[in-house]
Design a protein around this ligand. Structure first.
Ligand code: SME
Length: 156
């Protein structure tokens, strides 16, 4: 699959010249992703901390899901299964955690540093099937580029 994440990666590189702070870079990633995938009604970062996903920077309506246990919802399932999630219709997912009643599709892409999951990008949209495999590929490249920039903060 070919996909072009240049716009997001360029925005991240530009942000990284002024800060290496994890949440500042995450906010830049959220903004660039939202511009690149305008069908998204909500874009956010969850950080994985002690078995829980903790909401970081996001753009969109406020969500009550500020902490999600691993294994719960689409976000927690992605971590539990160690795989990205592309859901065309959230109404077909049993343990879906609704952010907003209008959301129909969702994509979750894991952020890994040194092979370890440290967080994820989560996107919602109001149309069924709003995200394509190409969009997933763009987000995958964005997550890998982002991980490279925040790696210092996760050195063990
Ligand atoms: N829908 C997600 C919860 C996060 S909100 O969409 C922002 C889930 O099922 O895990």
């Amino acid at each position: 699959m070919t996909c072009d994440a240049t716009r997001i990666l360029d925005a991240l590189q530009a942000a990284a010249t002024t800060t290496r702070e994890r949440d500042a870079l995450a906010a830049a990633a959220v903004a660039a992703i939202r511009q690149t995938l305008p069908q998204a009604t909500w874009v956010g970062v969850y950080w994985l901390q002690a078995g829980e996903l903790v909401l970081g920077p996001y753009d969109g309506p406020a969500t009550e899901h500020t902490r999600i246990p691993v294994g719960t919802g689409i976000c927690g399932t992605a971590v539990a299964q160690d795989e990205d999630m592309l859901v065309d219709d959230v109404r077909e997912v049993e343990n879906y955690l609704a952010c907003s009643a209008t959301v129909r599709s969702e994509v979750v892409v894991l952020i890994r540093v040194g092979g370890r999951i440290v967080g994820q990008f989560d996107l919602d949209a109001d149309d069924v099937g709003a995200f394509s495999l190409d969009d997933l590929c763009v987000l995958r490249a964005a997550a890998d580029g982002f991980a490279g920039l925040i790696a210092d903060g996760f050195a063990s």
